[in-house]
Design a protein around this ligand. Sequence first.
Ligand SMILES: Cc1cc2nc3c(=O)[nH]c(=O)nc-3n(C[C@H](O)[C@H](O)[C@H](O)COP(=O)(O)OP(=O)(O)OC[C@H]3O[C@@H](n4cnc5c(N)ncnc54)[C@H](O)[C@@H]3O)c2cc1C
Length: 335
Amino acid sequence: MRPSPFPPSPRRHKQPRQTASTLSLLAPGTTAWSQPPELTLRGFKDDTCSTAHTGIQANPLLRNDELILRDYGLEYIDPDPIMHIPFPDGSYLTQWRDLDRTCAEFARYSKKDAETYRRMLADFESVKPIFDATTFAPVGFGKPLNELLAAHPQGKQWQRRLGMSVWEVVRDAFEDDRSRAFLLAVGHLGAVPPDFPATGRGAYTLAGQQRGGRPIPKGGSGELTKALGRFIEAHSGVIITNKWVKQLIVEGGKCAGVECSDGSAYRADKAVLSTIHIKHLVDMAPRESWGHDFVDGVSRLLQRCGCDARPRGNAHLESYGLATLRAEGRPAALG
Ligand SMILES: Cc1cc2nc3c(=O)[nH]c(=O)nc-3n(C[C@H](O)[C@H](O)[C@H](O)COP(=O)(O)OP(=O)(O)OC[C@H]3O[C@@H](n4cnc5c(N)ncnc54)[C@H](O)[C@@H]3O)c2cc1C
């Protein structure tokens, strides 16, 4: 176990920094201080969601240790091996923090796949800064992904990969079914079916994991929320629970605050931030204030990756057996 995957920050602050006062409104049933439930044995806490904090490690908040959350109780455990996948025939593949050791796992079944995996990682490293920059920049606050890729020496190849499905990328690159199944299973953790067009980036999930591991917050995923809550309160912020935001107050084309279902209203000096699901957000202000492009984009997002994705996705996951792949030469649910 190590305290945190971050190096000590050179900007360590002894006194709370002066920041704009923050007001956090949390929906009923949500609390910044919740404990993981005991779903199996008494005293044995179950982390039901977001067990490993992988993708978020590339967020500047954690990558640059902007809030120094370890001072507010956040501690990460860094498991090694990262992931172990057994197959129905008794064989298995394990991803270790050590790249050579992981390549040796692939090489047991295919030397070519081991080389492909090593090459894939190097390839991915060259574009990762571009992916990170666009993933964590709000729309309209930076150059779009395609524009940044166009300026990259292998940009066209990456644009093509992003237009493919996870399955197409993995099938073309790897020859052994176990290698393919491993990459498909990990690429599928976001629950979008790997045969969907334009999911190709998911084929590189394993590569991202090779670099950063699967850090687990000590005490459960809620520890991140708790640390953020403590940070807000230590900086004169206020957290109010049991508040259901009903609509946005829009003035002069800007969001100036929110109205809650109990009739209360809160105005913001600087900004209103929210992670409310976009399909609900879009109903919280008049359609014309979003613009046609935005509303159209939201409806398409839901058609492709919406409610139907998770149940179908789980069916895919169960079908990642070698027998299935051998029999059909592709994930079963493709048919
Ligand atoms: C089953 C599952 C497993 C996952 N596993 C992982 C994992 O292992 N690793 C990982 O990194 N990620 C994982 N994720 C994804 C991760 O949980 C999310 O990306 C993350 O929780 C998003 O955080 P958020 O703060 O943006 O949004 P949310 O956590 O969705 O927070 C939005 C909050 O807004 C509140 N809200 C909604 N509407 C209103 C309203 N009208 N008024 C007031 N409040 C409102 C909600 O109650 C909620 O608390 C998983 C997700 C699921 C569902």
